[in-house]
Design a protein around this ligand. Sequence first.
Ligand SMILES: [Zn+2]
Ligand SMILES: [Zn+2]
Length: 189
Amino acid sequence: MSLRNFFRQVFFKTQRAVQRQVFQSKIAGCGHKFLPKDEITALGRTITTGVPLDENGSTPYCHCCLAEMVVPCAWCHEPIFIGNPITLYIITEKKLKNEYGFSDQEMEQYKKDGELPDGSIIYKASNGWLTLVGCGYTDCADTGADYSGTWMPPGKVERFASMIELGMQSNANAVFAENCSKPETFQVL
Ligand SMILES: [Zn+2]
Ligand SMILES: [Zn+2]
């Protein structure tokens, strides 16, 4: 065998092995075929994102299933994709009812469903206050310090303490800085 043929054979064998591997890794835990990196389109926006692969080259959810877990931000209605940071701002039930004309009965149903009619998520309802899931876009979140969790499969908030909460819990002084280059804007919490 010539050296050239030898290399060709090795090359094609490797190619076939790679193809087999790719084919095997194409079924996600949800049962659908997937690509390691693909587009997700939801609520009028498209992003390209990778999925985390386990040691077998599989992943829990395909991109189509991840698209179904996208919810609108309660405040600006931009899509919140899986893995996005979220805010948990609060509004009174009264204000929401006045703004949208929801009846008491409708409001009770929304609280039970954990969802408002536009699909935005009620994280918590207590004593006439509603905590709503909001996006982390700069137009909507006051600062990154308000990030309070991550939107995770199958469509729930994975909480982490925001910087403000951390500052309030610890005995050490936390400094909240609007602009790091301007010490006069620092607030000690
Ligand atoms: Zn799927
Ligand atoms: Zn928003």
